[in-house]
Design a protein around this ligand. Structure first.
Ligand code: MEV
Length: 315
């Protein structure tokens, strides 16, 4: 019998896709980085009853009867218990989060990662990176429908990646002297629907949309060189070109377009949506802290609900 600690903890950070969202679903590369400014903490505690209590999701009862909206979380719990060879039993899961939900920052994957870590810690079992990734991917398939695996890779790992679906992870060194300004439109993004809509668009206009996806992939490859050469001006230009393609793919939104324009007018080297789009967050680029602060002020003025300034490489 496993001797149980009565509490287990798990943590996960959010993520930012710098370049390549949506195209990554079709095998093109993406560049993404962990975003430690936002994180999720999960705590699993023993309780007397043999029910699961999902504190902050207001659910108490058997796992099998948990509400449909929680299926990604429930998948993470059920699959973890299966790997841990534990029957369903009573515990309380509490989650605190500073990752804005449904804003393209990997909230659903991060919730799964933090929960899986907390469960393994609760049962005092080691958790291999490959097992964490596999379990997170299973939960993400429920949340996103047809995920590229990028969100699971980013939130379960801790290094920037040059990510290509179904290929071994390639960490990328972001030796770029630059600041990212991240801003939330305050509008809930719709990753699952946006991904499905791009798929439908590709089916109805295979040549035109296929070309745009390949162009987006090429911009990611060029961005990798710009980063390696520490050339933020070039990278910013690629970000603006990527944003235009994301608009063409119908995954931007009037709120994102407004904030992108505000960032560029305030001197950003480039700005684009990050994540699934249709709301959610955008990311802008600057080379100095004072330029970043000026862009942040313009974004707030234009209606951003939350903003962050992140110096690339900062832990
Ligand atoms: C979502 O964060 C990123 C998308 O490319 C979807 C995916 O990669 O699964 C839109």
């Amino acid at each position: 019998m496993t001797k149980l600690d009565s509490v287990g903890y798990g943590v996960a950070t959010g993520k930012i896709i710098l370049m390549g969202e949506h195209a990554v679903v079709y095998g093109e590369p993406a560049i993404a980085l962990p975003f430690p400014a936002v994180r999720i903490n999960a705590k699993v505690e023993k309780i007397a009853q043999s029910i699961v209590e999902l504190d902050c999701y207001f659910y108490q009862g058997p796992l099998t009867e948990a509400p449909q909206q929680l299926t990604n979380l429930i998948t993470a719990i059920k699959e973890s218990l299966a790997v841990l060879q534990q029957p369903q039993q009573g515990f309380k899961l509490s989650i605190t989060s500073t990752v804005p939900a449904e804003r393209g920052m990997g909230s659903s994957a991060a919730v799964a990662v933090a929960t899986i870590r907390a469960l393994f810690s609760y049962f005092k079992q080691p958790l291999a990176d490959s097992v964490l990734l596999e379990l997170t991917n299973q939960a993400e398939k429920i949340a996103h429908g047809n995920p590229s695996g990028l969100d699971a890779a980013m939130t379960s790992g801790s290094v920037p990646l040059y990510y290509v679906k179904n290929q071994p992870f390639a960490p990328i060194s972001l030796n770029l002297k630059a600041y990212l300004i991240v801003a939330d439109t305050g509008i809930t993004g719709q990753t699952k629907k946006a991904v499905a809509d791009v798929a439908a668009l590709l089916e109805s206009h295979p040549q035109e949309i296929g070309d745009k996806i390949v162009t987006l992939g090429n911009l990611v490859k060029q961005s990798k060189h710009a980063i390696e050469e520490n050339n933020p001006v070039l990278l910013g230009g690629y970000m603006n070109q990527a944003q235009q393609i994301l608009v063409d793919l119908t995954v931007s939104s009037p709120e994102i377009d407004l904030l992108v324009a505000a960032a560029n007018q305030a001197g950003a080297l480039g700005a684009k949506l990050t994540g699934g789009g249709r709301g959610g967050c955008l990311v802008a680029l600057a080379t100095t802290k004072s330029a970043a602060e000026q862009i942040e002020a313009a974004l707030i003025e234009a209606g951003a609900t939350i903003t962050w300034i992140y110096q690339i490489g900062e832990k």
